[in-house]
Design a binder for this molecule. Sequence first.
Ligand code: AMP
Ligand code: FES
Ligand code: ZN
Length: 361
Amino acid sequence: MKMKKNSPLKHYSSPEQSRGQPVLSSDRPLPRGAKCNRCRGQAEVHLPSHHANFCPDCFIHFVRTAVIRALKEVNFQPRPLMVAVSGGKDSLAVWDLLHQLGYQTKGLHINLGISGFSEASSQAVDDFASSRGLEWSEYCLEDVFGYSIPEVHRLLRGKTCSLCGRLKRAFFNRLTVREGFNTLVTGHNLDDEAGRLLGNLVGKRLEHVYKQYPYLPSPHPLIPAKLKPLYRLEIKELLAYCRLKNITPVQKICSYSRGATSHTFKQALDFLEDSMPGTKRSFLFSYLRDSQLKDRLACEQDGEGQRDRKTEYGLCQECGCPAYAHRCGICSLRQRLGDKEKSKQQRSELKRQHLCLEEQK
Ligand code: AMP
Ligand code: FES
Ligand code: ZN
């Protein structure tokens, strides 16, 4: 979906750029005397969607409580966690919070091979982990898949961002299991989830709405459970948390993410949020809490409602990973890339031969 040229949203910057009432800003501080809702001290953080102001310490308490509440709401039972860390604010914040809350964690970073961006992302993870003595593993997409993201882009053009998402999701699963964990944490926040919900509803992808639940148990021994502890926290809140905790996320932006439709849905919700604070969270939470919808969608997904999802999986004949067909989506994609590469090589060889013949004439 493309944004129209004169769309009102076009001029509407993301909340990461300073717009509207900032959560924590040195250029627009809260007036002297503004009180923290929790301790009545000087407030420095304003949360419009909660109609609340906090001092830095109470704000950190608020963020922690949001994560504890998220884990409680999905009835999460403590166990070692593999945390997918991109080097961005969300994944570094979630790792920090889970570590602070006493969870046993290990970071997992996938280096996508994007010049400049990937080195900086990996460095941000390393700086964060080494300053806290946390363990993490880094895998290069090229090593585990055979192609880096720029190579995928060179060969398939156009859909790089969504292919990258698909590859990351698949390798998060595979590498989490390879590392001996059964639960994968990602840093998806309230804005990500609300934007995705809007996109799924607009596209009537109801089965995906069901899969948006912040905790999904493992459907197969080779697929880890998925946990999103930040689904109650907004982008702005996480930015403020990182600033207060001296967490330095990667500053570079991936060049392939420009024009992703997910940004447009998030911007549309920010537009509503700006005039009606709280809209984003009530939109998301009304769906997450709707048990009737959850049951109905679960039934739709399972056909008669009671089928064992484990039996739906076979194993890929090439890589042995869970798959619905004889070959998994990742092996099919690798094959497509290989075919494309061969036909490109053949075309350039023909061109070369043609030029030689022309020269000989
Ligand atoms: P994104 O889809 O880029 O918004 O990322 C969503 C979540 O996926 C992040 O919060 C991370 O937990 C995880 N993630 C994204 N990219 C990577 C990466 N290259 N390596 C590890 N985890 C990642
Ligand atoms: Fe995947 Fe940009 S991070 S294409
Ligand atoms: Zn496979």
